[in-house]
Design a protein around this ligand. Structure first.
Ligand code: ATP
Ligand code: MG
Length: 514
């Protein structure tokens, strides 16, 4: 048999699926796309996570878009982290041009321009449905991890959460928590000490410093109400197609701490709110993290450990996570070893270090009798990649160099007007952008401190107390209780969301964002 026939036979056998699948393109043999060898990834393996890597400009973001839109077409909702603002195009149909025409002719797939139903979300002041969570919902374990606190400081955070819970003080934003910190070493010191133990100002000042550090990255924007519900990310449109939720993050690219905090919270919440699903015909949700090095580069050891354990466990909940980054080694080894789909675009060999990285990358792909992997890695064109996936039985497929299809949606961005139109028609934007300004710990404690000061003055200049006057604490509690009506946060606060991961706290079910 000719070498080319053996090649075709290997790939056709390796990539034929029985169940539903998504098609990425056709395999390349000696630089030519072979129409018969279409590269199909079974839907049932898409919860096995993935990686898209390659040098700048080689087509990683476009590949993300191709995979994501094909998932939507197969009824799988996707969540896209758009760090450079170049993913909004998924909402609109693409435009056929001679290059795309040539590409699709070569791979033997029709080009049918089509956009995906899309929701735009934001963590900041960018247009879109606001993603927010209250401090209460984080729970003390996660909140301490985000601040990278030691055991003593985490203990204090736990006491303050408990105190706020017992006294019905809503901790909505960072301002609330800072006020509580201040109160715990000031006017409230004796009261808290009696019931909960001593809180030292050395620890509280460290905690305060770390909160200020987080705030300097703009975190105050995403602590507060109204809490986002994960169920709003798992929707299909009127035609049964998955909805793409694009989180617009271009303004937090330079704030890696905020980004990794947000990602961990998101994954923890998805993990906590999705039931165990076992092996499904297709995933319930796939999450794509473009520029993923941003999460891993500056994340603390504690955050990294949490991210790794969630990635390991979230698969069985029917959730797939896809990392997109230039160098595969931006992603920790423990995460890399869990990835089912690997798409490697071209790498550039400028330096000795680059050449070593190429060799190492090549060694991590299955050996192929048809390719010299390290040579191929530097010679792949834009929109071409080496692919290794899992077949329906969970066995790695043969290595394929693939000429990828073009996305059916637009490559690049939507105009400001198109984004405005999308958001004004969005139901979830209307739901989450409503301004809520509820009285919370900050106002209550400020009032309490004022009351205490007045009391002190009263002691200095004795004034007869009214017969039915209640203690300050009673007053605060009563007022707060009245304001609590209709609110869900306090009763649903999960003390230590990650308790479910055996990392502390309880595992009470809750339905907020984080
Ligand atoms: N599959 C494809 N079909 C058609 N055009 C493509 C394809 N892949 C890439 N391109 C072209 O290459 C350009 C660069 O691709 P892309 O933005 O995905 O690169 P990237 O690897 O994400 O780069 P960076 O690291 O800078 O983010 C695209 O704007 C598009 O014009
Ligand atoms: Mg990109």
């Amino acid at each position: 048999m000719d070498k080319i026939d053996a090649f075709k036979q290997q790939l056709i056998t390796g990539y034929t699926t029985i169940g539903e699948s998504i098609t990425l393109g056709a395999a390349l043999f000696e630089g030519q796309a072979q129409k018969e060898t279409q590269i199909k990834i079974p839907l049932r393996t898409l919860n096995r996570h993935g990686l898209i890597a390659g040098a700048t400009g080689t087509g990683k973001t476009v590949t993300l878009q191709i995979i994501a839109e094909n998932m939507c077409n197969a009824g799988i909702p996707v969540l896209l982290m758009d760090l450079k603002g170049d993913l909004s195009g998924i909402a609109k149909a693409g435009i056929l041009n001679p290059k795309i025409e040539e590409r699709h002719a070569a791979i033997g797939i029709d080009f049918k321009p089509n956009g995906v139903t899309t929701e735009f979300l934001t963590l900041s002041k960018e247009q879109g449905a606001r993603l927010r969570a209250t401090v209460s919902e984080f729970g003390p374990v996660l909140f301490s991890k985000i601040l990278d606190l030691n055991d003593t400081q985490s203990g204090i955070v736990a006491i303050l959460f408990k105190y706020a819970d017992d006294k019905k003080l809503p901790l909505l934003d960072l301002k609330d928590f800072k006020q509580l910190l201040q109160y715990s070493t000031g006017d409230g010191k004796e009261e808290i000490k009696k019931e909960y133990g001593n809180i030292t100002s050395t620890s509280t000042s460290t905690i305060l410093r770390k909160i200020i550090e987080l705030e300097s990255q703009g975190a105050e924007l995403f602590f507060g109400e109204k809490s986002f519900e994960v169920s709003d990310l798992v929707r299909t449109d009127a035609n049964g197609k998955g909805i793409a939720s694009v989180i617009r993050l271009s303004d937090i690219q330079d704030k890696p701490k905020l980004f990794s905090t947000f990602m961990l919270c998101l994954l923890a919440e998805v993990y906590a709110s999705f039931p165990e699903a076992g092996d499904l015909e297709k995933p319930k949700l796939c999450i794509f993290i473009d520029e993923a090095h941003l999460i891993f580069n500056e994340a603390s050891k504690a955050l990294l450990d949490q991210i790794e354990s969630i990635i390991k466990l979230i698969r069985s909940k029917g959730v797939g996570i896809y990392f997109i980054t230039q160098n595969p080694y931006d992603v920790p080894d423990s995460v890399l070893s869990q990835l089912g789909l690997k798409v490697q675009h071209a790498l550039r060999a400028f330096t000795e270090k680059d050449r070593k990285a190429i060799k190492k990358t090549a060694e991590n792909y299955p050996i192929s009798e048809f390719y010299k992997t390290d040579e191929l890695l530097t010679s792949l064109g834009i929109g071409q990649a080496l692919i290794s996936a899992l077949n329906e039985k969970g066995i790695p497929t043969p290595l394929a160099a693939v000429h990828l299809r073009a996305p059916a949606s637009r490559i690049g961005t939507l105009t400001a007007q198109e984004i405005t139109e999308n958001i004004s028609a969005s139901k979830i934007a209307a739901k989450y952008n409503e301004v809520i300004d509820r009285e919370s710990a900050y106002e209550i404690l400020t009032g309490k401190i004022k009351d205490l000061e007045e009391q002190k003055e009263t002691v200095e200049k004795p004034k007869p107390l009214k017969k039915d006057e209640k203690s300050v604490l009673e007053k605060v509690t009563e007022n707060t209780m009245a304001r609590q009506i209709g609110r869900t946060v306090m009763k649903e606060v999960a003390r230590g969301l990650l308790g479910v991961l055996g990392l502390g706290g309880g595992s009470k079910k809750k339905k907020g964002w984080f």
